[in-house]
Write a protein that binds this ligand. Structure first.
Ligand SMILES: Cc1ncc(C[n+]2csc(CCOP(=O)(O)OP(=O)(O)O)c2C)c(N)n1
Length: 343
């Protein structure tokens, strides 16, 4: 009897997502991974200054929630959200220009590498203050509520950021006002060298939502299907005016906090264990198995991304740095405060 392809595995029907969505999720995962690994190499070659915050290993936590959001929806990222930047559609050249701090970066080179923003697609340029964007994102969600728009906000942060006072104030406020926001906690077990066990006396950071009167869910952050479906449900709830959700994604960053951190506070066993749970490979195996993806298509995708990266790097490396005066431009709004009758 011929062995059925996909025998014993999930069918598309069981997964509950169309093939097009699965392919879209995978394409963004692969693009993110390819770009992230290239940035690491470029940093080691001394091609840009500062440091680099890799998100390799935790791509599903950013691609999954962002995929399928509207241009008008807002992303409030922190420093490990390359996947959200790629998936929301910040042009690759602008992502690269940001890391290179050149004048063609959306922030004109004002911020640290990996602080991706893009006004056209509603991605807030993060400042480096942890949980800062959680507060700003919550304000944006309040804005949508006042404007009676059914747009939503996705706020991203690590488990370490949940120790900040502003983080708690933001979630408390969102719970009171039932704001259209989904909080995504990427629990990668470490905040620099501080383990999650020294960050909080609870095992699941999603438990924190209870104190603020909205649902908190803990999920496998390396399962792109689970992350996407859970986030999509929370987004639908937020759009319907039913309020926020906190989703804790258990995941792992493969490399140091940044490229200047050897991560020697972690064990090799821990690293190996999580490497086995590679979210990109998991997605790839599933798609190959379902017959949605071929290895040829995979290679073509990598090649195309690498070509795009090569071209963008060449442009960015020729670009200028901004003039020092740029530091004072676009920092304060000249139109503040906005009056209610101007909405
Ligand atoms: C208020 C504040 N304190 C400290 C830092 C320095 N810092 C940058 S990232 C980081 C660790 C953050 O950990 P977590 O929130 O878990 O995110 P992860 O880096 O693990 O993605 C620290 C301490 C900062 N940027 N802002």
């Amino acid at each position: 009897m011929p062995v059925e392809k996909n025998a014993g595995k999930l069918s598309l029907e069981q997964i509950g997502l169309p093939a097009e969505t699965l392919m879209g999720l995978y394409t963004n995962l692969l693009k993110t991974r390819t770009l992230d690994e290239r940035f690491r190499k470029l940093f080691r070659q001394g091609r840009f200054a500062g440091t680099y915050f890799s998100a390799v290993g935790q791509e599903a936590t950013t691609v999954g929630p962002t995929y399928g959001t509207r241009d008008e929806d807002i992303i409030a990222p922190s420093h490990r959200e390359i996947g959200a930047a790629v998936t929301k559609g910040i042009p690759l050249i602008n992502i690269i220009a940001q890391v290179y701090a050149r004048v063609n970066s959306p922030d004109k080179g004002k911020t640290h590498p990996c602080h991706y923003g893009w006004r056209d697609k509603g991605v807030i340029t993060p400042s480096s203050t942890l949980a800062g964007q959680t507060v700003i994102g919550t304000g944006c969600a309040m804005g949508f509520k006042i404007q009676q728009k059914d747009n939503i906000v996705l706020a991203f942060f690590g488990e370490g950021s949940t120790s900040r006072g502003g983080w708690h104030e933001a979630l408390n406020f969102a719970g009171i006002h039932k704001l259209p926001i989904v909080y995504i906690c990427q629990n990668n077990l470490w905040a620099e060298s501080v383990p999650a066990t020294l960050q909080a006396g609870i095992e699941d950071f999603s438990d924190r939502a209870k104190a603020y009167g909205f649902p908190g869910i803990t999920i496998d952050g390396n399962d792109i299907i689970g992350v996407h479906k859970t986030a999509a449900k929370a987004i639908a709830r937020a759009r319907a005016g039913e309020g926020p959700t906190l989703i804790e994604c258990k995941t792992y960053r493969w490399y140091g906090h940044s490229e200047i951190d050897p991560a020697d506070y972690r064990s090799q066993e821990e690293f190996e264990e999580w490497k086995e749970k590679d979210p990109v490979r998991r997605a790839e195996e599933l798609l190959l198995d379902l017959g949605i993806l071929t290895t040829y298509q995979r290679e073509a995708l990598v090649e195309q991304t690498n070509q795009e990266i090569d071209e963008a790097v060449a442009v960015c490396e020729k670009e200028q740095y901004a003039e020092p005066e740029e530091a004072y431009i676009d920092v304060y709004s000249e139109q503040f405060p906005v009056r209610r009758d101007e909405y």
